[in-house]
Design a protein around this ligand. Structure first.
Ligand code: SF4
Ligand code: SF4
Ligand code: SF4
Length: 374
């Protein structure tokens, strides 16, 4: 297969995942793939499934070209480069293709190049942003900063990350934020924070990232300190969209790929899973303007009088609440609060069903069980 044909085949292969990898007119998606995969690696990635498998299962597709051992070494090299996923399993590690976000892009932390960063941001704008924000069940949800949570309602543990950390047995770890690294590389350093470690990991994810040498292990106390710092610095908390999240990102409206892409849309709130909305008590407002500058989503409109929350833009992060000097801002819970999937497996199964329909998802799962590539 010629190189152009090979990378186009890989684009089609990656496009058949819960988070799509669409073609563009500019061809930026192919430029990205050429930076992440050598031609040999692209050929191997074509043999991988969306549902991770053991090297033994994958070897049936490349038999004759290499031994199982050579295959495992090649897959490990690709996993180290962050171009495929590798998960621990009972019968040894399992390997699978990875989406661009959350996946290949985040794995470029500490080795991102300005060229890749520019191409990824251009791809967000041209086509990928729509796909990343498109799924009805998103990969991340937005939760309020602890002090902004209304006390009159019982709040689910996944909606109160501080409480979640307090109850978690750990381990915990912090990794540098790739979105901010990318912005800094292209001359646009973060306006909200100079803290590099803003992706906080829990449990198996923390252990895995620490073992890879990407994450720094941290104590529960440090973890709580990071969350307090995020509130002080005006960062939006975005955990994995599960009842038992493996990570929480502390994001800003100037660097985060998700927030910057969503902000360009007229009704960004439609694309976020959040149980809360901000509201103003005009009678208490001192018209100081703090909430408007704190809001990362341009969701607060203000002329001369008290501000107004634009509900179609508000993602319920609570940053306007914790900074209001007169308690005029508060959060209210939404009437409809669908619970998140229980864990990562349920999250991706749900996304798979939403993208390919129940029959498509069932066929993929049945194929996976008999070792067919999905
Ligand atoms: S999602 Fe947020 S914290 Fe995570 S890498 Fe992007 S900006 Fe950083
Ligand atoms: S108005 Fe802005 S700062 Fe306040 S909760 Fe909504 S998105 Fe967050
Ligand atoms: S921060 Fe509070 S007091 Fe200041 S403008 Fe906003 S609502 Fe009013």
């Amino acid at each position: 297969m010629e190189d152009d044909e090979l990378y186009r085949a890989l684009q089609h292969h990656l496009d058949r995942m819960p988070v799509a990898y669409p073609a563009t007119e500019s061809g930026v998606e192919i430029r990205i793939l050429k930076q992440l995969f050598t031609p040999d690696e692209a050929r191997l990635a074509l043999c991988l499934s969306a549902l991770p498998e053991t090297s033994g299962t994958i070897h049936r597709r490349v038999r004759g070209e290499m031994s199982v051992e050579q295959l495992r070494e090649a897959l490990d090299r690709m996993a180290d480069k962050g171009s495929i996923q590798k998960l621990p399993g009972r019968n040894g590690p399992r390997y699978g293709k990875a989406p661009l976000v959350l996946g290949m892009y985040e794995a470029q932390v500490n080795r991102l190049t300005p060229e890749l960063e520019r191409d990824v941001r251009a791809y967000f704008d041209e086509a990928f942003g729509r796909e990343m924000l498109g799924p009805r069940t998103p990969q991340m949800r937005t939760v309020p900063v602890h002090k902004s949570i209304p006390v009159v309602h019982a709040t689910a543990r996944y909606d109160d990350i501080r409480r979640f950390v307090e109850a978690s047995p750990g381990p915990f770890a912090a990794i540098p934020c790739v979105c901010r690294q990318g912005r800094a590389l292209t001359g646009q350093p973060c306006r909200q924070t100079s803290e590099p470690h803003n992706c906080l990991m829990f449990g198996v994810a923390a252990a895995m990232m620490t073992q890879k040498g990407i994450a720094r292990p941290v104590s529960k106390g440090e973890m709580l300190g990071f969350l307090e710092q995020a509130d002080r610095q005006g960062l939006v908390l975005q955990p994995q969209n599960t009842a038992d999240p493996l990570f929480v990102c502390c994001c800003c409206g100037c660097c985060c790929g998700v927030l910057t892409t969503a902000k360009k849309l007229p009704k960004p709130a439609e694309f976020f899973q959040s149980d809360f909305l901000a509201m103003v008590d005009a009678g208490k407002c001192q018209i100081c303007g703090t909430c408007t500058t704190r809001c990362q989503m341009d969701a607060i409109a203000a002329d001369d009088g008290p501000p107004m929350v634009l509900e179609e833009r508000c993602i319920g992060c609570g940053l306007c609440v914790t900074s209001c000097p007169s308690e005029a801002m508060s959060l209210r819970t939404k009437e409809r609060r669908p619970p998140p999937p229980n864990d990562m497996r349920e999250l991706y199964t749900t996304m798979f069903k939403e993208r390919f329909g129940p029959l498509g998802a069932a066929a993929a799962l049945a194929g996976h069980l008999v070792g067919r590539k999905v």
